[in-house]
Design a protein around this ligand. Sequence first.
Ligand SMILES: [Zn+2]
Length: 168
Amino acid sequence: MIPRVCTVCQAEHELSVSAMRYLNHEPYVCSAECLLDQIKMCGQHNGKRKLRYVPYKEENHSKTGEFWSDHFQQFFASGYEEDVARVLECNRIIWKYEKFMFFIGTTIIVPDFYLPEYDLFVEVKGLWRGNAKGKFSTFKYRYPKVKMILVPYTLRVSVQRYLRGINA
Ligand SMILES: [Zn+2]
């Protein structure tokens, strides 16, 4: 077991070695509630000029492994992404899906969600495949002013519990 401290509630959690496969060096959050606080801690957009981003055209969206959401009447890459969208919706946080792209060397990354009120990107992350961690580090290095938080797969149970609580 590996201890990680939640960056929001400061509670220490013992994570299994397999859970660590879903995490990187980003600040760790332990629950859906802490995730929401983390978003709010990123600060509401304060009226300063927003950064400019390159739009990602909808016709470029990947069609592989897509998940149709009846609720939102759109595709997501996974049901987990839809769950995260529902948590945001429940909290009246406006989100845009795959709205902008960033150039990383010869490739691009398209973060899952953009929250305009917070000028913040939210990336829902499953397993870190291939050189995904290197790509993410390069992104952080190339775009230091862009705010992005990760929603790791380890939060999935908490996110689902949160939604059950809302719908109960
Ligand atoms: Zn926490």
